[in-house]
Design a binder for this molecule. Structure first.
Ligand SMILES: [Zn+2]
Length: 425
């Protein structure tokens, strides 16, 4: 018989989970802000009467600095910039910085360009091989546009985005962060579309050098087309840059909320079930016939307690003080075919006043001889003759628990298939 009770072990497990949640909440959320291009790498650029030469590297830095100021006001965040001035950190330097700082999110800000002036709008890229062939072509073109210094060339020399090996390695490395990157990307594009009324070209997967070796969720945001007049004016304006920064900021907040939710509840933390005051057993059936353990009448159920009362044997199944286990036991009993079974509560260690428990140790047609093994083993066995049968009982106990304890003890002496009997005084 197994009794389920509240354990100390479970308590400490719960305490530990609480501590983890607490410390997780204390740790700052680290965001790497990467202003695309810089220094001698101007990125995409066009000349407009209103702005002069409009360079991608200047727009990306302006947006990143605005976004950084918003984040720095929020004490939940730690901000790391790949550059804060007009300089060119190599792509590997950017990646190394992000990986070393064990960042939670990497955001690379860029501006798009096309040979035609018509295309406009925003798009966000996450790292990952795309089955779409045209996207791969776009990726290759985008990567070619990005200036690679000597260190980068060395690093990426062995990497051919079209080789199956590279694609497989990429899939394994990036699949870990793909889902999170896609989630963040969808927040960014959603804000551009709904808050800023921009045209969103969506969230896409591409093989991009700047994201490829990052060990964290990472996105590259194309904030608009420098090659499109309206987009270019928007990108060059204070208002446009503020809106873009603010939309990315809100996306970071939404993303962090989602991450925290997942951290706090890996699965819904189950309310610790409190034990009930009483013990519960499932009454399967009553019968004037005595069935021993393993009898087909018990339909394969073990953990059976038989209590005899008023000449009837009552067959009880299971023992627990937890409601959930009790309900489970009742279902098991019904599944086994005891359709009329019902759960019965027992007050633990209840002492009887008007009755007592004894143990029925044998029922025989013939009177046992005084040198029988049973009577040789147990002293003070009582005999009663009812309807031509001899009933032998042993001991007198005021509680069920005491009777069960003694029943176990005599079983150890080889006296099996006994029944606890409740007798009115
Ligand atoms: Zn760029």
């Amino acid at each position: 018989m197994v009794i389920y009770r509240f354990s100390l072990k479970k308590f400490f497990l719960l305490l530990w989970i609480c501590c983890l949640t607490f410390f997780a909440a204390q740790k700052k959320f680290t965001v790497v802000l990467d202003a695309g291009h810089g220094g001698s790498d101007f990125g995409a650029n066009r000349h407009y009467e209103e702005t002069g030469r409009l360079n991608e590297k200047d727009v990306t830095l302006a947006i990143v600095l605005k976004l950084g100021r918003m984040l720095e006001k929020n004490k939940d965040f730690k901000i790391i910039y790949t550059r804060k001035i007009d300089e060119y950190p190599s792509l590997i330097d950017r990646t190394n910085l992000a990986n070393r700082s064990k960042a939670d999110l990497f955001i690379s800000v860029h501006c798009n360009a096309n040979t035609r002036s018509a295309p406009y709008g925003t798009e966000t890229f996450v790292q990952g091989p795309d089955q779409n062939k045209t996207n791969l072509e776009v990726a290759k073109a985008e990567n070619d546009v990005i200036f690679l210094d000597e260190k980068d060339k060395e690093m990426f020399a062995s990497y051919d985005p079209r080789s199956p090996e590279s694609l497989i390695a990429l899939k394994i490395q990036q699949s870990k962060y793909l889902e999170s990157s896609l989630l963040f990307g969808s927040f960014v594009e959603g804000n551009f579309e709904k808050k800023d009324k921009r045209f969103s070209r969506g969230v896409k997967q591409q093989n991009l050098h700047v994201l490829r070796l990052n060990a964290m969720p990472s996105v590259l945001i194309e904030t608009g087309f420098i090659s499109n007049y309206d987009d270019a004016m928007y990108l060059a304006s204070e208002r446009g840059q503020n809106e873009i920064a603010s939309s990315i900021y809100d996306a970071i907040l939404s993303y962090k909320k989602a991450v925290d939710r997942n951290k706090q509840a890996p699965e819904p933390v189950k309310q610790e079930e409190k034990p009930l005051k009483n013990d519960f057993r499932i009454l399967l059936f009553s019968s004037p016939v005595k069935f021993n353990n393993g009898d087909p009448a018990l339909k394969g159920l073990s953990d059976i307690l038989v209590i005899k009362e008023n000449g009837f044997y009552k067959y009880y199944y299971g023992l627990t003080n937890f409601a959930s286990v009790r309900d489970g036991n009742l279902r098991s009993a019904k599944d086994a075919g005891f359709q009329n079974s019902t759960s019965i509560s027992f007050v633990p260690d209840q002492k009887l006043n008007a009755a007592f428990y004894t143990i029925e140790v044998a029922v025989t047609e013939q009177k046992l001889s005084s040198n029988s093994p049973l009577l040789g083993t147990l002293k003070d066995v009582e005999r009663e003759k009812v309807n031509g049968k001899f009933y032998y009982t042993y001991g007198k106990f005021s509680s069920l628990e005491e009777a069960l304890k003694e029943q176990k003890a005599i079983e150890g002496k080889g006296i099996k298939n006994t029944v606890v009997q409740k007798t009115i005084k």
